[in-house]
Write a new protein. Structure first.
Length: 94
């Protein structure tokens, strides 16, 4: 499964990220994160393609699932964009 990550600045994304990394059938294909330190902390020694926007990641990396690490008021646009694109989305909570 192709997995994209939208945002890495909200606490719960760490556990979801590790689960995605360890999934035998998963491949992290992109990360949207503006903060260089957060991006580098998650990308580590094996760089994950970095994108400037969700739309760019959806178009270029074509994830089948998006994990999110956003603050709550940023989630509505994410849900709507993924729904229109037909991409599954895992939220830390509703």
């Amino acid at each position: 499964m192709r997995i994209g990550i939208m945002g890495a600045h909200y606490g719960h994304i760490g556990a979801m990220f590790r689960s995605a990394q360890n999934a035998s059938n998963g491949e992290i294909v992109g990360l949207v994160e503006a903060d260089d330190a957060l991006y580098e902390g998650y990308a580590g020694p094996s760089p994950i393609p970095r994108f400037h926007s969700l739309e760019e990641m959806l178009a270029e990396a074509r994830p089948e699932l998006v994990l999110e690490g956003l603050v709550h008021d940023e989630k509505t646009d994410l849900v709507e964009t993924c729904a229109v694109a037909g991409v599954h989305l895992l939220l830390d909570k509703p």
